[in-house]
Design a protein around this ligand. Structure first.
Ligand code: URA
Length: 217
């Protein structure tokens, strides 16, 4: 994983397995089933990087051979917060990695008048005692939804130092827009693509992630 040379707090998970699986996902002929499995696998691999600095504490156990002090995750369980609906499948990969994680949900729609994201569903685990919150949405396009979801977490009482964003593919415009509002929040992606087109699709991107995940149009 490396911090992008032109964007502070943008981390690109450049592991060869992640890059290979993302390339398979971009192919327009990939099946719904294959697309979904690949996203879950990538989320798991990215989760390994994102959770690299989780605090641990020593606990006493007995192995079949001898007493031992061993490290276990310390503090409150991780919280995974997918933005509905495309975030759901990506969250599943992270939850596979950390099965004890708590799960929040944020549902947003674009207000037809203001054109801004507006929430229709928010349910979050308690913000307590060092719990890390990972907001998940595969496509960081305009950045508005992720910025709004992050604002919801801040209002919920989550300290900015305990918020991370995980996306699959980002557009430079979206990263700039997100960091204009939340400069301190680290963003983890598998790829920073070229740009947004006139319909706010990421280029080259992979199309509509929600439709490809759920087989809708
Ligand atoms: N949302 C998507 O699903 N794809 C894009 O390219 C942009 C936003």
């Amino acid at each position: 994983m490396r911090e992008h040379p032109n964007f502070q707090r943008l981390f690109v998970v450049d592991h060869p397995l992640v890059q290979h699986k993302l390339s398979l996902m971009r192919d327009k002929n990939r099946s719904t089933n294959g697309f979904r499995s690949l996203l879950r696998e990538i989320a798991l691999l990215m989760g390994y990087e994102i959770t690299r600095d989780l605090p641990t504490e020593l606990v006493e156990i007995e192995t079949p051979v001898a007493p031992a002090q061993v490290p276990k995750l310390a503090g409150k369980k991780l919280a995974v917060v997918p933005i509905l609906r495309a975030g759901l499948e990506m969250a599943d990969g992270l939850i596979e990695l950390v099965p004890s994680a708590r799960i929040g949900h944020i549902g947003l729609f674009r207000d037809p008048v203001t054109k801004r994201p507006t929430e229709y569903f928010v349910k979050l685990p308690e913000a307590a005692d060092g719990r890390l919150f990972v907001v998940v949405d595969p496509m960081l396009a305009t950045g508005h939804s992720l910025a709004h979801a992050t604002q919801i977490l801040k209002k919920h009482g989550v300290p900015p130092s305990l918020i991370r964003v995980m996306a699959l593919v980002a557009a430079p415009e979206g990263v700039r827009a997100f960091h204009a509002v939340h400069p301190e929040i680290p963003v983890y992606v598998a790829s920073l693509d070229s740009h947004l087109d006139d319909h706010a699709y990421i280029v080259p991107g992979l199309g509509d992630a929600g439709d490809r995940l759920f087989g809708t149009k």
